[in-house]
Design a protein around this ligand. Structure first.
Ligand SMILES: Nc1nc2c(ncn2[C@@H]2O[C@H](COP(=O)(O)OP(=O)(O)OP(=O)(O)O)[C@@H](O)[C@H]2O)c(=O)[nH]1
Ligand SMILES: [Mg+2]
Length: 244
């Protein structure tokens, strides 16, 4: 794994997996972070996945937006907390504070933007430095509809993902291509490692509610800088200085 990369840039997928936390509503809580350069399509991917909509308008994310989505993965109810971070450099110190309790990352680049692909190594380094060792990562080459403007080949993306030992998808938030498949694949990998292999089962679901992050409904909740962290057991949702 990652034979072509320095030791300090290896993926953060090693170590003993922690069991997933159970929410009060009987769903496992899965914290997913969208990371990658500005304009590569992180917000668009979340909106396509959550609401099946797309806009050509670019409204850059300020800080971190938050949504959650209830899904069933192989019969297991999961509350996917989608933390959509800003790609702009000026927010980097804020957004990297969110890495500490992530269960998974969608590391996104734009197939029509070479620097966004080159920067994947730096994003991987940040994940390695700050994220839990049992988190899972999907490398996502977005804007696959822009094939005429493509500057990063599928094989380059796949090779990089293989080097890091992570899953790889090319997606299009515009057409919806592979979007649900990618999120489902990440959630499924997390389920296998953090529920199935951790020995959690239906009895655990019914018998051990502990904490939750709040209601499912609603649009993005922009983070208010300097406000208290969200409490897993019902604190104000989307008003946070970090998810950790
Ligand atoms: N053609 C095409 N355009 C896309 C796609 N995804 C996003 N875009 C466009 O790319 C621009 C940036 O998308 P965003 O989703 O806001 O990018 P972001 O990664 O969230 O950017 P930051 O919030 O600044 O980090 C917008 O104009 C989107 O319409 C896609 O799959 N195909
Ligand atoms: Mg955004």
């Amino acid at each position: 794994m990652a034979a072509n990369y320095p030791a300090d840039q290896q993926p953060a997928n090693g170590g003993q997996p922690r069991p997933l936390q159970m929410g009060a509503k009987g769903a496992y809580i899965v914290r997913l972070l969208m990371v990658g350069d500005s304009s590569c399509g992180k917000t668009s991917l979340v909106l396509r996945y959550d609401q099946n909509v797309f806009s050509t308008k670019f409204v850059t994310t300020i800080g971190v937006d938050y949504r959650d989505k209830m899904v069933k993965i192989e019969g297991a109810p999961m509350r996917l907390q989608l933390w959509d971070t800003a790609g702009q450099e000026r927010f980097r110190s804020l957004t990297s504070n969110f890495f500490g309790r992530a269960d998974g990352f969608v590391l996104t680049y734009d197939i029509s933007n070479r620097p966004s692909f080159d920067h994947v190594i730096g994003w991987m380094r940040d994940i390695k430095t700050r994220a839990p060792p049992d988190c899972d990562i999907v490398l996502c080459g977005n804007k696959s509809d822009l094939d005429n403007d493509r500057v990063v080949t599928f094989d380059e993306g796949k090779q990089l993902a293989d080097d890091y030992g992570v899953q790889f998808f090319e997606t299009s938030a515009l057409t919806g291509h592979n979007v649900e498949k990618m999120f489902t694949a990440l959630a499924t990998t997390i389920k296998h490692k953090r529920i199935d292999d951790a020995g959690l089962n239906e009895a655990t679901i019914n018998g051990a509610p502990s904490a939750d992050a709040g209601s499912v409904a609603g649009g993005p909740k922009p983070v208010v800088l300097g406000a208290p962290s969200p409490q897993e057991n019902g604190g104000p949702k989307g008003v946070a200085s970090s998810c950790c």
